[in-house]
Design a protein around this ligand. Sequence first.
Ligand code: FES
Length: 321
Amino acid sequence: MRFQQGVDTLAQQKVLDPISQTIQDLVKGIYRSGGVAGRQVGNAMYGTWLGHPFHPSTTDVVVGSWTGGFVLDVLNAVTGSGLFARCADAAVAIGTLGALAAVPSGLTDFQHPSGEARRVGLVHGLLNIGGTLLQMLSLLQRARGERGSARTLSSMAFGGLLVSAYLGGDIIDKYQVGVNRAAGETVPADFVAVMREADLPQERLHQVDVNGSPVLLVRRGDRIYAMHATCTHMGGPLAQGTIAGDAVQCPWHGSRFAFDDGHVIGGPASYPERCLATRVRNGMIEVGPGAGLGRCRHEPVSTRQAQAEAERQMAVAPALR
Ligand code: FES
């Protein structure tokens, strides 16, 4: 309880803002200057290829290995067993390798939070970087046979890791960074009529409400696509975004979700957007449950209906000019 109060106090410290802003700008600048390669590296670090944030996956390796290393170091100090020493060395080395992936992926994620989340994230990151440096020094001492100082350095890193892991939990649970912001949106149990088919123009993002959840509709040729309209990254309104190729691009940080099945084409989002099935009945667009990623059926609008709509738009267009 007291520790959490300390974290809450830390989160209020606006004095941390200039440094966190500087780091954010620096990381953004590095990715921007990398062009296409920078975007590919960014997507790898976000975890768009994994369908899950990459950073927490890497930190699991660090926490598990460094915890094991700490226990084995203690056993080595108590028993003097060389076996425990060798196992501790291996655990520290594996955890440090994991940290070499965790640090850049954490810095990549750090580009987007603001306010309290960013302040807590700054301290979380500094502790992780400091711990990694301490463990690297510890590995050096282990190679030299300086077990006493190696254990001390690793113990310091482990202490920092415990605090850092707590802060990481706060960043996710309290500030909702790295969670799927669209997870709470509902999927209708059956098809629901949402709007007149004739009122949906080609190539325009349109938002409708389906049982209290915002759903994005877009008509492309003879298909009408539907997906949840809340960006999985940080909740951006996809209906206010833009069409980028075969995807919608979020207006906040530029994540792109494929119309066809909702998969992430470009980060920072890592979770896909849930697509919904569509069909047209009695002149109304109906949205219904999809069976999951890539399994949503977007029933083609009949050629006759599509033709009638195209003719209607062509008749209206001159009057608007
Ligand atoms: S909210 Fe960040 S990309 Fe959509």
